[in-house]
Design a protein around this ligand. Sequence first.
Ligand SMILES: [Zn+2]
Ligand SMILES: [Zn+2]
Length: 150
Amino acid sequence: MTDTIEGGCRCGAVRYKVKADKLPNVYACHCLDCQTWSGSAFSLQLIAPEDALEVTGEPYLYERTTGEGSEARTSQQRGCATCLTRVYNTNTRRPGLAVVRAGTLDRSNELSIVAHIWARRKLQGIDIPPELPSWPEGAPPMEFAAALMR
Ligand SMILES: [Zn+2]
Ligand SMILES: [Zn+2]
């Protein structure tokens, strides 16, 4: 059975559906970039195949390239040009994968945070349950994927 997993920006101009059998697990990233992007303590994200994401409306595209040469990567951020909610991004380093701002899901209150990355930057007052996997900085891709699939 396929669940209806939908979300969108604050004003409703950009909407999306995620094709998945259940509400995806999400992770928190406490890195400085995520704090700046979100204006919050951490970003809350889910990873979905880009082709499982069906977007309606006309999201803006903001591209930011970091690193040089073979290390260069471009983050392609998409969101609502009217209310400026950031909705999801892709990255040239991870072709085919979309990273969705999980707080934009209509059912965001039902989500479970199953992993934390960049925990060394987390704010005081945010406690990570000891049973949850967390990493001081980025997570090794295989371990991270396993944590998200729990
Ligand atoms: Zn909007
Ligand atoms: Zn981050």
